[in-house]
Design a protein around this ligand. Structure first.
Ligand code: ATP
Ligand code: MG
Length: 365
């Protein structure tokens, strides 16, 4: 089973829409798909017309009460199963605070129960906290929905830093599958520039040592389409709600590209359009050399933002129990930051200030 965490700590970028509709499109392709709602907002749950108030067994019970996948599973379309979330999930981070191995609970369930799906998509909340950490510990792949805006890019460095930390500490097989641009408006200059910068960043990383060395920028872009915003209120995926819409077409194309990806083109063979930075506008995006993967971030952030990184927020005992990482000093709690031990002194540690990010932007719609 492929397990894919759909992740971006920025809010409102299209994570839930992608999990729901990519999942539905993959199910149409004959895959047995399970969607897991790991967001207390329960948007994915409501997207399929499931009322969180009526849910008896949810991902909260899975993480805190020992319920099984089979007990929480709800069939929502052919080949498509949902593990719903309820608002109680927001309390899970606090309830699990003293639990040893709390970032591995979801992974433990998967290993024990081996649920019968081909694909599992994990809808992460817009934060890098314990729920996201559970997703990253359980997943083999990360799919990053991104809006082609300068501000939407600002958190990418921090996101990759977190993936790298998890990869080093608790899940060595974790890889970034790719970036999918959502709510795309072709024809805008900035969108084209951002796409080229992101594409060239990942192309340069190709074949390198990072967890994103085989990541792709999906050629399929999810266009802004009002039908995609409407379908949750009808409790169904876009394929059921409006199968002839651009939204349905885009997610079917994405499913095809996801299942049968074309080869990734290494750096040097990529023809890139002039990048934002080459255009020299004030908010240009600067991706660092990929060899300095632990320092992924944006130049502007380095100079203006305070230093905050996942590695500074330490819960040593739980991760030490699941890895060889040395215990580290407890750090200050942060609601929005994944908690992992500091890197050992011998390794180039990701705990520098380069990946600091500003607060998440509000949802766009
Ligand atoms: N391609 C699109 N065209 C138009 N509207 C979209 C599109 N994709 C998503 N939306 C709408 O944008 C809003 C945010 O999308 P979504 O909920 O998928 O983002 P998210 O990243 O899951 O947000 P959160 O971080 O709050 O969980 C929703 O109202 C959704 O219906
Ligand atoms: Mg969401």
């Amino acid at each position: 089973m492929r397990i894919i965490a759909v992740l971006n700590q920025k809010g409102g970028v299209g994570k839930t829409t992608t999990v729901a509709n990519l999942g539905s499109a993959l199910a149409r392709r004959g895959q047995k798909v399970c969607l897991v709602d790991l967001d207390p907002q329960s948007n994915l749950t409501m997207h399929f017309g499931v009322d969180p108030a009526e849910v008896k067994t949810s991902t909260y019970d899975l993480l805190t009460g020992g319920a099984t996948f089979a007990q929480a599973a709800v069939a929502v379309e052919d080949n498509l199963t949902l593990l719903p979330a309820v608002i109680d999930l927001a309390a899970a981070e606090v309830e699990l605070a003293a639990e040893v191995g709390r970032e591995q609970i979801l992974r433990g369930h998967l290993e024990k129960e081996n649920p019968p799906y081909d694909l599992m998509l994990l809808d992460c909340p817009p934060s890098l906290g314990l729920l996201t950490l559970n997703a990253l510990a359980a997943a083999g792949e990360v799919l990053i929905p991104l809006q082609p805006h300068f501000l939407a890019l600002q958190g990418l460095g921090r996101l990759l830093e977190t993936v790298e930390l998890v990869n080093k500490r608790i899940n060595p097989t974790l890889k970034v599958n790719g970036v999918v641009f959502c709510m795309f408006e072709s024809g805008t200059k900035l969108a084209g520039e951002v796409v080229e910068d992101v594409r060239s960043f990942f192309a340069q990383a190709h074949g390198g040592p990072t967890p994103w060395s085989a990541a792709r920028v999906f050629q399929t872009r999810i266009r802004r389409n009002i039908k995609l915003a409407e379908c949750p209120s009808y409790g169904s995926s876009i394929l059921k709600y409006e199968p002839s819409s651009n939204g349905a077409k885009d997610y079917l194309d994405l499913a095809e590209e996801f299942l049968n990806p074309p080869a990734v083109v290494p750096a040097g063979q990529v023809k890139t359009a002039p990048s934002a930075s080459q255009h020299g506008h004030a908010n240009s995006v600067t991706m660092p050399p990929v060899q300095e993967s632990a320092k992924v971030g944006l130049a502007e952030q380095r100079s203006t933002q305070p230093a905050v990184s996942a590695a500074e927020h330490v819960h040593a005992e739980s991760v030490a129990a699941s890895s060889d990482a040395p215990p580290a000093e407890p750090g200050q709690a942060d609601d929005d930051v994944a908690t992992l031990p500091d890197a050992p002194a011998s390794e180039p540690g990701p705990a520098d200030d380069s990946a600091a990010a500003p607060p998440d932007a509000p949802a766009t719609e």
